[in-house]
Design a protein around this ligand. Structure first.
Ligand SMILES: [Zn+2]
Length: 418
């Protein structure tokens, strides 16, 4: 037990240490294949080598570390998360999942299992440098295509060139893809939200990653003088939009599991003494069930049209994104639940409202996620933190899980989907 607490303290110290490798002085920023990523790779390799683990960096810049099995012909379980960060980041988003995987190997104390464990530290998940997320995990499922390789950052450097400049060979990208010997992917990640804290629980079992719709709505009325136009003779785009926003909120509150956000509002001409002619709004809708989400979006479109019609306005909309929900592996989620119980915690099943590498890996490999309670629900901020006891529970749960999977021969025999 004491050993687990020591490991947990070490995990936190190591996350804080990796946080010092940053592109910015005084705050954390580590984007795709930026120079500090090399320091992170070196440091993690330094921790892993004494455990008999070979560390490599694949052509997409992902750290790949193999902990051998009892036998060379055995399948492979991936455990990982991402090593890149947003600007002004915290020390735990992503990184914790990789450092915790290292702690699990330490916790095995040299014991070999009937499967290889491969730790993966993804090179890119946040989409900061190229505006496209999941570059690292896309390489593992064979989806780092030509278009993405040619995408340029703000300095005109393409993904391909960034890979070359880091000393890697973009022609070897295909070799980063997972092979048929992979039987699963596990990801530990901070929740980045307030739910587990509110429930007083250290760990959550992610059942699915929510599907997402993003739209843009424009309400159009007539601009006019704010002083001379009586209230009953106005065609105010902003008040129409405002009525719709409150309706979106009410609708989401009344639909279990639905979250809907109008995060951006722009008005035209946007002057204090002019009735707005135009209001342009964003809408983000998420749910674990795609039918519920799509019905909600239809409903919101219908309400926007009804409000516009009643107020003598017009409204039009554009759909920017419709991303399907991704269920996690029911088998692995059940195994995690059991392991969480063995660690003395009540497992809480939940949906991840944010995208994660597990969402991409799930395209080819049975995937699962374990959330750790996030103090204050604070993430993507320097104040992001995690409690030692919660990390200890995660390590305990992880070790039970590895043990359970060691006796699940059917699981080990599964191969990933082609
Ligand atoms: Zn993350």
């Amino acid at each position: 037990m004491n050993q687990i607490t020591n490991l947990a303290e070490e995990v936190i110290a190591r996350c804080r240490e990796l946080a010092t490798f940053s592109e910015d002085s005084g705050s954390i920023r580590r984007t795709f294949l930026s120079p500090p990523m090399r320091d992170v790779h070196r440091e993690i390799a330094h921790w892993l080598e004494p455990l008999g683990v070979q560390v490599q960096v694949d052509a997409a810049g992902n750290l790949r570390a193999l902990y051998p099995a009892e036998d060379t012909s055995l399948p492979r379980l991936l455990i990982g998360s991402h090593l890149d960060t947003v600007p002004n980041a915290g020390a735990f988003d992503g990184i914790l999942g990789v450092v915790l995987a290292v702690a699990l190997l330490q916790g095995l104390r040299g014991r070999k299992l009937p499967y290889v464990i491969e730790i993966v530290g993804f090179s890119e998940e946040e989409g900061v440098r190229f505006g496209v997320p999941f570059i690292g995990s896309r390489a593992l499922v064979g989806r780092l295509d030509e278009k993405l390789m040619s995408t340029q950052d703000a300095h005109g450097i393409s993904v391909r060139r960034a890979i070359e400049e880091f000393g890697l060979n973009p022609r070897e990208i295909a070799q980063s893809a997972v092979q048929d010997d992979v039987c699963g992917y596990l990801e530990f990640h901070i929740e980045q939200g307030p739910v587990l804290e509110k429930l007083g629980l250290p760990l959550g079992v992610v059942e699915a990653i929510a599907g997402q719709s993003r739209l843009e709505f424009t309400f159009v009325g007539h601009a006019n003088h704010a002083g001379t136009t009586p209230m009953n003779l106005r065609f105010d785009a902003v008040t129409g939009a405002a009525e719709w926003i409150t309706l979106v909120e009410r609708f989401a509150k009344e639909t279990p599991g639905l979250v809907a956000t109008v995060g951006s509002v722009q008005t035209m001409p946007g002057a204090v003494n002019v009735i707005a002619q135009e209001a342009r709004l964003s809408l983000d809708v998420r749910h674990a069930n795609d039918d519920v989400r799509l019905r909600a979006v239809d409903e919101m479109i219908h309400h926007a049209q009804e409000i516009a019609h009643r107020r003598g306005l017009s409204v039009h909309y554009r759909t920017h994104m419709n991303q399907q929900a991704v269920p996690m592996s029911p088998f692995l989620s059940e195994q995690i639940e059991e392991a969480v119980r063995k660690a003395g915690c009540e497992p809480h099943r939940m949906v991840s409202g944010a995208g994660h590498d597990a969402m991409i890996l799930a395209e080819r490999v049975p995937s699962a996620m374990i959330f750790l309670r996030t103090p204050g629900g604070i993430s993507h901020d320097p104040a992001e933190s995690v409690a030692v006891n919660d990390v200890a529970k995660a390590i305990e749960c992880g070790l039970y899980l590895l043990e359970q999977l060691a006796s699940e021969t059917t699981f080990q025999r599964r191969t990933c989907r082609a």
